[in-house]
Design a protein around this ligand. Structure first.
Ligand code: CA
Ligand code: CA
Length: 248
């Protein structure tokens, strides 16, 4: 008996590629930048699709009319694409694809599913799929279709997470306990003291250097250290990020 192997690819339509519009919801998502103009709106249908169950089809217009699907929104930079199919009167009835008012592609007559790619610059972009008919005659399905529209998304820039400050006793000097605060570079921290880990009092504000370090000497501890009572008067230190309230 030979061995049987199989490769199974599972495609989760609920989690599509970011920036990819598959039309599988069967409608234009609200507040997504998609809209319709012209005489009849484009719509989702299941008869002619590139992938999945739905593709978008131009509106059922008649002679000398147009059906225009618009996507206007902020995008990232990169290569966008979509799949297009046409079944129209050759040359006289055609789909034009426009980016910011400039025609980048035109399809007419019988065109099977074709991938069309285009370059996008970051910023606000207006994409239009315009099916326009001349004054007479139709052919084929008298329609154009698009599916799997990919538009590069605006990259999400996340601020670097704030480093949790750490505080260690670096040494004991005649001036008192020497503490080292380690956190983000050039950041202000509040060094606090407590005897019960409940009530905290501020000792000093320190600002870390370019390497994220700051040294603080607790002068108040010197006396206790000198008296040898430190063990009885056990205390706790902590460093707290000073809230940045400049952005109010
Ligand atoms: Ca689809
Ligand atoms: Ca025509």
């Amino acid at each position: 008996m030979g061995e049987l192997t199989a490769t199974v690819t599972i495609r989760d339509n609920d989690q599509p590629v970011p920036g990819l519009v598959t039309f599988e919801s069967g409608q234009i998502p609200a507040d997504s930048g998609w809209s319709n103009s012209g005489n009849k709106p484009w719509y989702a249908q299941t008869d002619t699709v590139y992938e999945g169950s739905y593709a978008f089809r131009s509106g059922k217009i008649t002679d000398a009319q147009e059906s225009v699907l618009v996507l206007e929104r902020e995008t990232g930079a990169g290569t966008g694409y979509f799949y297009v199919r046409a079944s129209t009167e050759q040359d006289w009835d055609a789909l034009e694809f426009l980016l910011n008012g400039r025609v980048l592609g035109k399809w007419s007559g019988r065109v099977n599913w074709t991938k069309f790619e285009f370059a996008l610059e970051a910023g606000n972009n207006r994409l239009e799929w315009r099916y326009r008919k001349d004054s007479s005659t139709f052919a084929g399905m008298d329609a154009v279709f698009i599916d799997n529209v990919f538009i590069p998304e605006v990259p999400v820039v996340e601020p670097p997470p704030a480093t949790k400050p750490t505080l260690v006793v670096a040494g004991v000097t005649a001036e008192g306990l020497q503490l080292t605060v380690t956190g983000d570079a050039a950041t202000e921290y509040d060094v606090q003291f407590s005897t019960d880990l409940n009530a905290w009092s501020s000792l000093a504000k320190v600002t870390t250097d370019d390497t994220g370090k700051a040294v603080f000497t607790d002068a108040a501890s010197a006396e206790k250290l000198a008296q040898g009572t430190w063990v009885e008067a056990t205390g706790f230190y902590r460093a707290v990020l000073v809230a940045d309230d400049r952005g109010e």
